[in-house]
Design a protein around this ligand. Structure first.
Ligand SMILES: *[C@@H]1O[C@H](CO)[C@@H](O)[C@H](O)[C@H]1NC(C)=O
Ligand SMILES: *[C@@H]1O[C@H](CO)[C@@H](O)[C@H](O)[C@H]1NC(C)=O
Ligand SMILES: *[C@@H]1O[C@H](CO)[C@@H](O)[C@H](O)[C@H]1NC(C)=O
Ligand SMILES: *[C@@H]1O[C@H](CO)[C@@H](O)[C@H](O)[C@H]1NC(C)=O
Length: 628
């Protein structure tokens, strides 16, 4: 029978013959077929034989449209205010734009047949194992960590309301994994396994429990590792503590790594803060501050930029502002604190707000010469028009730039004052007993900041006065490197002349790599055990000469080649600048590539896929990987 006559059979015959061949191939490859017709409305995860449906469909092959009532219910659970928004294409965006291999249907990727995954980046190879962006020539980077991402059912992952995520860190991280080449498609080759659930509210613990049950049943790696080297990014206020409330889940996740904003290791009696951070496993990540907020607070014209001294307004250049600056809420109950009575807040509701630190600093120092502690902060109610609201922000940013020290207390849980201070170039004064700051202990906050014990708050002024000008100068110069670790520059663009090499996502990857390579080493010993991590935390590439280190850390576009070790890293002459700059100091500088795209806040809150590092790329595979 010739091919021609073969095709002349009835359509049904042809279809069933083709299906038979396909089934045979799939069976040989060890894959599981999806229910027939799945790809008409959904995406077939060919590895698992799972048919993923858009938000508004159900049934084994997504053949049924949800009733209005059922849709409403589902959407509410997913965090949408109405089902119209929930299924509107305009209000939802898809991970990586579905990698150009499918249609984005209200946040869900309906992948072209043969491709699958939450962003359609997967397909099966001839050996039956999943490949990543095979048609684009994706290759994992040579240097670890190799991170595998579990493909969870959409209800646990992409169905969630991404637009409502005020803390989109986990989604951004997913995109950076692809862009940096840290992502691997085969869990057998991974150093780490990432569970891509949103962990924002206490209720999300349920999603995690569901995800763990799912992956333990279908994949071998959790049982093989006993949960070690599995991680989530949990951006909830109180980190692991919010999920630990269920004892069973707490036990199950014992060996897992929580990457969180919250490094609290103590139970407090004055608040509901319970120990959350586990030193052996967990990592504190800086808060992701949105580009809009960074701009409003003046970070795009911060002191860490090498051009600051030449280009900043004269009145800002000298630090003639307050010795210590803080502006913001003092009382958990929103009352204005009194100055004559302790406790100084109107009620003891939420008296543990900020661990009581803001209240104590205000009470002891509100009138001290040189200290500026403004208990009203930037309050929309106080600023009836947008203009005055912007003026308040400008004033706030100006204070960050001109003050010598900036108080960096906690808030309801983790704060972000410490990050704001560091990014603006103000030496952060951290007061939070028993709470690890971002990347501690890999980053030593006492080198560029000042850690003060809560018991020492009454003599805070003496502690700051005892810091010599030389020591202060050393802190300021170290702040430039630390700030790079605390910023998500590869996403938001460069704003201190940095290349993005040492940004927060890169730092997270570097810490994960070092932890995987030295499984028995306690966090405090990791920098000693791993020379590359040690150099990285000082914004140097291991093996680079001093001059090269300086350029590598400071200049966007210098490309490092080589892998450290005994042979020195070679630094090329400037290659085309990789990461564009959003700094006001770089505007109009023809030697610097400035970012062309403006964030479209309505369509996609955080700019192009995987951030501005990939701004000039057609897709994530083409995103520059200057460091790996
Ligand atoms: C992993 O272990 C659990 C019980 O501890 C078991 O139910 C599950 O089937 C195991 N998973 C795999 C893939 O073998
Ligand atoms: C955690 O890891 C240890 C071994 O390192 C293992 O004995 C224990 O069972 C693991 N815990 C869980 C909940 O899997
Ligand atoms: C905190 O309290 C919980 C329960 O009350 C207890 O299990 C835990 O060991 C305490 N942790 C620390 C670090 O004291
Ligand atoms: C965890 O690390 C912090 C900071 O280094 C330390 O104060 C604390 O005692 C450690 N906790 C445990 C349980 O080792």
């Amino acid at each position: 029978m010739s091919a021609r006559t073969w095709w002349r059979g009835t359509a049904n015959e042809a279809a069933s013959a083709a299906a038979g061949v396909l089934l045979l191939l799939l069976a040989q490859a060890g894959a599981v077929p999806c229910p027939e017709g799945c790809t008409l409305q959904g995406t077939c995860n060919e590895e698992l034989g799972r048919c993923d449906c858009p938000r508004d469909r159900t049934g084994p092959a997504c053949e049924t449209e949800l009733s209005a009532e059922a849709l409403e219910q589902r959407c509410q659970k997913l965090g949408f205010r109405s089902s119209a928004v929930c299924i509107s294409d305009g209000d939802n965006w898809c991970l990586n734009g579905c990698s150009g291999r499918g249609d984005c249907r209200a946040g869900f990727c309906k992948c072209d047949p043969g491709t699958f995954g939450s962003d359609c980046s997967l397909s099966l190879g001839p050996d039956g194992k999943p490949r990543l962006l095979a048609d684009r020539g994706y290759t994992p980077r040579a240097r670890g960590p190799r991170v595998y991402v579990y493909e969870l059912p959409p209800a646990m992952n992409t169905w969630r309301n991404a637009a409502a995520l005020d803390r989109p860190t986990a989604r951004l991280f997913l995109e950076r994994l692809t862009a940096t080449g840290a992502l691997v498609a085969d869990g057998d080759n991974a150093d780490w396994w990432f569970i891509p659930v949103t962990m924002r509210r206490a209720a999300d613990a349920k999603t995690l429990a569901g995800a763990l049950a799912y992956i333990r049943q279908r994949h071998p790696w959790w049982n093989q590792t006993r949960g070690h080297r599995h991680f989530v990014i949990a951006v909830s206020d109180l980190g692991r503590a919010e999920t630990d409330r269920k004892a069973a889940l707490g036990r199950l996740t014992h060996n897992m790594t929580f990457v969180t904003y919250w490094g609290n290791v103590r139970n407090r009696t004055d608040s509901d803060w319970v120990a959350s951070h586990r030193n052996a496993t967990d990592i504190v990540l800086p808060v992701f501050i949105s580009p809009g907020k960074l701009r409003r607070m003046g970070a795009y014209s911060g002191r860490n930029h090498p051009k600051y001294d030449a280009k900043a307004p004269r009145e800002q250049r000298e630090r003639n502002g307050p010795t210590l600056f803080f502006s913001g809420r003092i009382c958990g109950d929103h009352s204005l604190p009194r100055t004559d009575v302790w406790p100084s807040c109107a009620t003891d509701v939420a008296s543990g707000y900020s661990g009581g630190v803001r209240q104590l600093v205000h009470f002891h120092h509100w009138e001290r010469t040189g200290f500026y502690i403004n208990p009203t902060g930037i309050n929309k109610k106080q600023a009836p028009t947008l203009e005055t609201f912007n003026e308040l922000w400008t004033r706030y940013g100006n204070h960050l730039l001109t003050s010598k020290f900036c108080l960096a207390p906690l808030g309801g849980g983790h704060g972000q004052r410490q990050i704001q201070a560091a990014l603006a170039g103000c030496v952060p004064v951290v007061i939070s007993d028993g709470v690890l700051e971002s990347f501690e202990p890999y980053l030593d906050w006492n080198e560029f900041g000042v850690r003060v014990a809560e018991a020492d708050i009454p003599r805070l002024h003496e502690i700051l006065a005892a810091i010599s000008p030389e020591e202060y100068g050393r802190k300021v110069s170290r702040l430039r490197c630390a700030a790079q670790h605390l910023a998500f520059s590869t996403v938001t663009g460069s704003f201190m002349g940095e290349s993005g090499r040492f940004d927060a996502f890169e730092t997270l990857l570097e810490v994960l790599r070092a932890k995987a390579e030295h499984p028995g080493v306690a966090p405090e010993g990791l920098r000693r055990a791993d020379a590359r991590l040690d150099a990285f935390m000082e914004c140097r590439e291991e093996g680079a000469g001093e001059e090269e280190e300086k350029r590598l850390g400071n200049t966007p576009g210098f490309e490092a080649v080589g892998k450290g070790g005994p042979s020195p890293v070679v630094v090329h002459a400037p290659s085309p600048q990789r990461l564009c700059s959003v700094s006001t100091f770089d505007a109009g500088d023809l030697a610097v590539r400035t970012c062309s795209k403006v964030f479209d806040l309505s369509a996609r809150p955080y700019g192009p896929s995987a951030g501005l590092m990939c701004e000039a790329s057609t897709d994530l595979v083409a995103c520059p990987r200057p460091w790996s």
